[in-house]
Design a protein around this ligand. Structure first.
Ligand code: ATP
Ligand code: MG
Length: 554
């Protein structure tokens, strides 16, 4: 029922002596009936002034939404969608930038027992069309940034009957303004009493290694995110006045389910900034103006913020914790962030769309170790398994595949949408296989080595491209770098680097030599890039991850 606290997830109220102690005593608490909407929205509504969202757009227009307002609006939208024929289990695309309508659409879907499908605004018609067709979506919410994209995709989407728009859209007859649509509907709606195992979200992987896969998650997934939200994103600490923000698009699981949804679960406000492309100076400005306390940014965004020269003028003293992940964070970024945000901790986290947030740092209770992403989160059983047999036979310190115990971990996905063969390969011997290689030391610290597909084998040595990239990025002439293996007669493969230089620096052979030496001095002798190509930019996914496969083709 609303108002239930779910005590297991309020463990930050306790005083812990060690992370180990916390891990040992933590147990999942999954109610028999569980609808995310109740927990992230309705249960806070009685406290009428409680703020859920601070919204701001590029022109500086601001708005504040309380939980009470969200409750009422999502009820109206749920009533409207029900009348339009949306039924439990139906899929609804949510394709807007960070604006309140996105949260409203998700919560209304969950109240109906329908599935929301978060989509990136960077997608073109093919990408949007592929996903909405793959899941036979019946409705979608868009704004002016991509209404046209959806129109182009819609010619091949016969099931998509309802399109609601927000913002400044020059609407067609088969589109309705969301605010107009809900106006006459009741503010009362009884959320569908879902089983924790019922479908809630269909979210697509980044497509870094191939076609994106639809990942089917149940309502319980929210609970699976809470322990590491508290340890890694909160450093076992939540306080009155906390404000959360991430520049990452809410279409990504780490952004939506590690920031927005858990923050709302705990009744904390989130900044919704709809300001177009990421701008590092604006990021500093927002952190200052909203007094952001908890900040999540992917490594690419932090790397861009690193290029901002004058940061002393920003008062970002309210920041307590910066979390990052999605790709290797690397020591270079962590050192910079630690210095720039004096007093704020920098925590790396690790997970994937299929099981997001499995491992992370929590410096309040456990020291951080160089090269490691931290410790398994409370409630998650992590092992390094043999990549061929999926048996947990790999010794500590040895490289194997990172895996998580699949049963009884609410963070794990149900299956891939329409891809049974892929699901079967993903879950073996009771383990969800991450397709990432890594190590675990005697104390349980997990280190990322590379994606299974990306590892470079050179003269018998296994080289993870991420480590080499981080080392190259530490050279002061370098803004960004990507490393792949290229064929070599003698060594089988050798690392090749694609390097983007910082502004004002020019390519030269001397610089090539300097970068090689820089890496050689820091990493193992066999790891330095034999070839270096200077490029203007790197091919990236919408989430900012390097598509190494496209570099191989180039
Ligand atoms: P696809 O599965 O479609 O190829 P993807 O794996 O990039 O795309 P996501 O689920 O968004 O899609 O990303 C999860 C992956 O990101 C992880 O499996 C891992 O390879 C990488 N990753 C996440 N966190 C970290 C981290 N802290 N360090 C290194 N890599 C990370
Ligand atoms: Mg993946």
């Amino acid at each position: 029922t609303a108002g239930t606290r779910l005590d297991a997830y309020h463990f930050y109220d306790d005083e812990w002596e060690s992370y180990e102690q916390l891990r040992e005593s933590f147990e999942w608490e999954v109610p028999d009936r569980f609808n995310m909407a109740t927990y992230v929205c309705d249960r806070w509504a009685e406290d009428k002034g409680r703020v859920a969202l601070f919204a701001e757009d590029e022109d500086g227009n601001t708005a504040t939404y309380t939980f009470w307002q969200l409750r009422n609006i999502t009820n109206q939208l749920a009533n409207h969608l029900r009348e339009r024929g949306v039924e439990p289990g139906d899929r609804i695309g949510v394709n807007t930038p960070q604006r309140p309508a996105a949260v409203i659409a998700h919560v209304a879907c969950w109240k109906l027992g329908a599935m929301s499908v978060p989509l990136s605004t960077l997608f073109g018609p093919d990408a949007v069309g592929y996903r909405l067709a793959d899941c036979d979506a019946v409705a979608a919410v868009v704004d002016e940034s991509n209404a046209e994209t959806l129109r182009e995709a819609r010619t091949d989407l016969p099931d998509l009957e309802t399109v609601l728009t927000v913002g400044d859209v020059d609407r067609r007859d088969d589109e309705t303004d969301l605010w107009d649509a809900i106006e006459d509907y009741s503010r009362e709606f009884e959320p569908v009493e879902t089983d924790p195992e019922d479908d809630a979200v269909l979210i697509y992987t980044s497509g870094t290694t191939g076609d994106p896969k639809g990942v089917r998650h149940a309502h319980r997934m929210l609970l699976g995110h809470l322990p590491l939200f508290i340890t890694t994103f909160g450093n076992v600490d939540l306080q009155a006045g906390d404000v959360f923000w991430t520049p990452a698009e809410w279409a990504w699981i780490a952004s939506l389910f590690d920031v927005v949804v858990p923050a709302l679960f705990y009744g904390k406000p989130v900044v919704a900034y709809n300001g177009g492309q990421f701008d590092p100076e604006t990021a500093f400005d927002l952190l200052e103006r909203y007094g952001v306390t908890n900040f999540f940014a992917p490594p690419t965004a932090l790397r861009m913020m690193m290029q901002v020269e004058e940061t002393d003028g920003y008062d970002v003293g309210s920041l307590r914790a910066i979390a990052s992940g999605g790709e290797s964070l690397g020591e270079t970024i962590a050192d910079w962030a630690g210095e720039t945000f004096d007093g704020a901790v920098v925590h790396e986290g690790y997970g994937q769309t299929e099981a997001n947030l499995l491992v992370g740092e929590c410096t309040a209770l456990a020291e951080s170790r160089e090269g490691s992403m931290g410790l398994p989160g409370p409630g998650h059983e992590i092992a390094i398994v043999d990549p061929d047999t999926a048996e947990a036979t790999v010794e500590s310190g040895e490289v194997g595949e990172i895996a998580v115990r699949y049963e009884n971990d609410p963070v794990c996905f149900k299956e891939y949408w329409n891809k049974p063969a892929k699901t079967e390969r993903k879950v073996r011997n009771g383990w969800l296989l991450t397709e990432d290689l890594g190590t675990m030391d005697d104390d349980g610290y997990v280190s990322f080595k590379s994606r299974k597909d990306d590892v470079i084998i050179s003269a018998g040595y296994r080289i993870g491209p991420e480590e080499v990239e981080d080392s190259i990025a530490g050279h002061d002439a370098v803004a960004d770098a990507a490393v792949i293996g290229v064929p070599d007669d003698e060594r089988g493969e050798v690392p090749k680097a694609f390097v983007v230089l910082s502004s004002g620096r020019n390519p030269s052979d001397a610089l090539r030599t300097a970068i090689r030496e820089h890496v050689r001095e820091r990493l193992a002798k066999y790891e330095y890039p034999r070839e270096i190509e200077f490029v203007d930019e790197l091919p990236k996914t919408a989430t900012g991850k390097v598509r190494r496969a496209s570099l191989e083709d180039s």
